[in-house]
Write a protein that binds this ligand. Structure first.
Ligand code: SF4
Ligand code: SF4
Ligand code: FES
Length: 254
């Protein structure tokens, strides 16, 4: 079954733009990215869109469909009302380069600010042993395809450019949480307190656990429940642990 549908696609660049109306054919089984490709092939050859896999795995086709952050290649046309215009806009949190393509380098900057796994002393790769439960915990976070839809959705930065320097966003707080929970990560031995950096450098305290990031994650990672809330609990435990408090007091006296 084919039908003609109305679309409004944001066209423009960093200096400004507007929604442009288009009427495009839709066929059974198609996703929004198919429509964007048909638009490029028939009416708007210069329409810019970023995509690679068309299988929900590369994380590059992130945009907003009817105002909701989505992967264009995983949004079936059959899930959208056929008699209403479909609006396609670029992710709002990141600067527009052109049309549906945004500059997501904010995320690469934040990624570089999280120190990587620190191997334990005296063990070579291949000698690491850990409980299956710990492996499973990390595996969930490792499903991330870096689409940055969670980063785009989080209200801490979505309309607050001023918060970007001090907030790493859910994807990278999740990375800190993963490493902090890793039983073999030797950060503390190396003098790195990941809980402290989560609070002081990555803005964990600005997250008020609204779970909007979790709702848009195409990999269904429970970002808030399994990463952010446990990290908050661990950071608070550290801050209010009476032994830590006593230790800090004694070292201050020294
Ligand atoms: S749970 Fe935290 S990180 Fe996720 S959207 Fe809400 S404030 Fe942002
Ligand atoms: S956590 Fe989910 S929403 Fe966020 S970047 Fe990874 S896959 Fe995308
Ligand atoms: S094109 Fe790869 S996730 Fe959509």
């Amino acid at each position: 079954m084919s039908y003609l549908a109305n679309f409004r696609v944001w066209r423009g660049d960093s200096s400004g733009g507007a929604l442009e109306p288009y009427e495009v054919e839709v066929n059974e089984g198609e996703v929004v990215l198919d429509i964007v490709h048909r638009l490029q092939a028939t009416q708007a050859p210069d329409l810019a869109v970023r995509w690679n896999c068309k299988a929900g795995k590369c994380g590059s086709c992130s945009a907003e469909v009817n105002g909701r952050p989505r992967l264009l290649c995983m949004t079936r046309m059959s899930t959208l009302p056929p008699d209403e215009p479909v609006t396609i806009t670029p992710m709002r949190t990141f600067p527009v380069l052109r049309d549906l393509v945004t500059d997501v380098s904010f995320n690469y900057t934040k990624a570089r600010e999280v120190p990587s796994f620190i191997p334990p002393a005296g063990l070579k790769p291949g000698e690491y042993r850990m409980q299956q439960a710990d492996v499973n915990r990390s595996q969930e976070f490792r499903k991330c395809i870096e689409c940055f839809l969670c980063q785009n959705t989080c209200h801490v930065v979505r309309d607050h450019e001023e918060n970007k320097p001090s907030f790493s966003g859910p994807r990278f707080l999740m990375r800190v949480a993963e490493l902090d929970m890793h039983p073999l990560d030797a950060a503390e031995d190396a003098g790195l307190d990941r809980k402290r950096t989560a609070q002081e450098e990555h803005g964990l305290g600005m997250c008020n656990i609204t779970k909007c990031c979790t709702e848009v994650c195409p990999e269904h990672i429970k970002i808030t429940d399994n990463a952010l809330i446990p990290l908050k609990e661990r950071a608070v435990d550290r801050k209010y642990d009476p032994l830590v408090w006593l230790g800090a007091k004694i070292s201050r006296r020294k």
